[in-house]
Design a protein around this ligand. Structure first.
Ligand code: ATP
Ligand code: MG
Length: 329
C-alpha cells in the first residue's frame, strides 16, 4: 500500500473549507492507503496562542476528526508534539533550506502581513517543519488543499537536494489535491480562502456551528447583482457556493445551473445552507460522544504516537548518520 501523510493545525475551530478541502478526502483515502494523520500543534504556535485555547482546539480537533470518520484502528492519528523526531528533523532540514526559498512562500507573506506584530522565525521556517512531517514517514502522497501545494513543492526540493548530496534517503512525496473542495473561499470575501484563524467569523462556516448559524451565514453570503445561478467570471461568491453545494450533494455545475434556472439567489443560498446542515448533523452528533470521552481519545493518541515514533526514528537515524553525527551508543 502507498503511504499518505497529512496534518491539520489545532489553530481554531475547524471550518467547512478544512472539511471539504482535506478531512472529507482523508476519510475515504483510508480504504486504499496506509494513512498517517497528525494534529500539527507545533505548527500552531507560529501564531501566538493562549495555552487554554490551544488545549481546547487540540481536544476538539481530535474528537472532530474521529467524528468525521478518521478511524484510529486503521490509520495512525496522533499529536505532532508527541513525536520529538518532527522537531529534530526540522532543525536538520532548516540547514538544507535556503532563506530565499522560504521568503518566496506566499503563506509566509500573507501570515506575516496578518500578524505583523509577531513575525517570528518559526513562522518563517514553517515549511521545513512541514517537510520534516512528511519526509519522516517516507510518504508517497500528501492530500492537501490548493493553499499547500507551494509548501509541498518545497518539500520535494529539499528532499531531492538531500538525496543528491548523500544517497537516496527520502521518498519524494506527491501532492494529492482533491478534484472538489480544493479551495473554499470566505463567504464574506470570496477573494480570500476560508481559514480557521480568520477573525471574520461570518465568512467562515464551522463544522460545529449550530444549524441556525449555518443558515444565517449562507443567507448573508456575498454574491453579485446578476441574480442568475451559473458559474462564471466575476461571480466568485456564486462560484464558491456552487463549489460547496457540489461537494456536498455530488451534483455537477451543469445540474445545479439547470435545477436553479429561473430561481433567485435567496432560494439557492437556502438550499446550500440546508444541504450543509444535513450533511454535518451526524458528524456533530458523533462529536458530542467522542469529545466527552477523553480516555478513549488518549488511548488512541498514545498508541498513534508510539507507532509513528518507531517509523519516524528510523528515518531520523539514517539522516543523522549521513550528515556525520556520531550515534550515542
Ligand atoms: P490557519 O488559518 O490556522 O492556517 P487553515 O484553515 O488554513 O488554518 P490548516 O490547518 O492550515 O487550516 O490546513 C489544514 C488543511 O485544510 C490543509 O490540507 C489545507 O490545505 C486545507 N485547507 C485550509 N483552508 C482551506 C480552504 N479554504 N479550502 C480548502 N482546503 C483548505
Ligand atoms: Mg493554513
Amino acid at each position: 500500500k502507498k503511504r499518505i501523510f497529512s496534518a491539520i493545525q489545532p489553530s481554531g475551530d475547524i471550518t467547512l473549507g478544512n472539511y471539504l478541502g482535506a478531512l472529507k478526502n482523508w476519510v475515504s483515502l483510508q480504504d486504499s492507503y496506509d494513512c498517517i494523520f497528525a494534529l500539527a500543534d507545533l505548527h500552531t504556535i507560529t501564531v501566538r496562542q493562549k495555552p487554554a485555547d490551544l488545549r481546547h482546539h487540540t481536544l476538539n480537533a481530535y474528537a472532530l476528526l474521529l467524528a468525521c470518520g478518521i478511524d484510529p484502528k486503521r490509520s495512525l492519528f496522533f499529536l505532532q508534539s508527541h513525536v520529538p523526531a518532527h522537531s529534530q528533523l526540522a532543525w536538520i532540514l532548516n540547514c538544507y533550506t535556503q532563506f530565499g526559498e522560504l521568503q518566496r512562500m506566499t503563506q509566509f507573506k500573507d501570515k506575516s502581513k496578518k500578524h505583523a506584530d509577531n513575525v517570528n522565525a518559526g513562522l518563517f521556517t514553517y515549511p521545513s517543519l512541514m517537510a520534516a512531517d512528511i519526509l519522516l514517514y517516507q510518504t508517497d502522497f500528501v492530500p492537501v488543499g490548493e493553499d499547500q501545494t507551494q509548501h509541498l513543492e518545497l518539500t520535494r526540493n529539499i528532499a531531492e537536494r538531500f538525496n543528491n548530496a548523500y544517497s537516496p534517503t527520502f521518498t519524494l512525496p506527491a501532492a494529492f489535491v482533491g478534484k472538489e473542495g480544493k479551495r473554499i473561499m470566505s463567504l464574506q470575501d470570496p477573494s480570500h480562502k476560508m481559514s480557521k484563524s480568520d477573525e471574520n467569523v461570518n465568512g467562515c462556516v464551522y463544522v460545529l456551528d449550530k444549524p441556525d448559524d449555518i443558515m444565517r451565514k449562507f443567507k448573508r453570503a456575498i454574491t453579485d447583482s446578476e441574480a442568475s445561478v451559473h458559474y462564471g467570471e466575476g461571480k466568485d461568491g456564486i462560484n464558491n457556493l456552487m463549489e460547496i453545494y457540489s461537494c456536498i450533494t455530488g451534483e455537477t455545475f451543469d445540474q445545479i445551473e439547470h435545477d436553479f434556472s429561473g430561481k433567485g439567489y435567496g432560494d439557492f443560498k437556502a438550499a446550500v445552507g440546508e444541504a450543509v446542515i444535513e450533511h454535518l448533523r451526524p458528524i456533530q452528533e458523533r462529536f458530542a460522544q467522542y469529545s466527552s470521552d477523553r480516555d478513549y481519545m488518549e488511548q488512541y493518541w498514545n498508541d498513534g504516537a508510539e507507532k509513528a515514533a518507531r517509523i519516524a526514528n528510523r528515518t531520523l537515524q539514517k539522516v543523522m548518520k549521513k550528515v556525520g553525527f556520531i550515534p550515542p551508543h
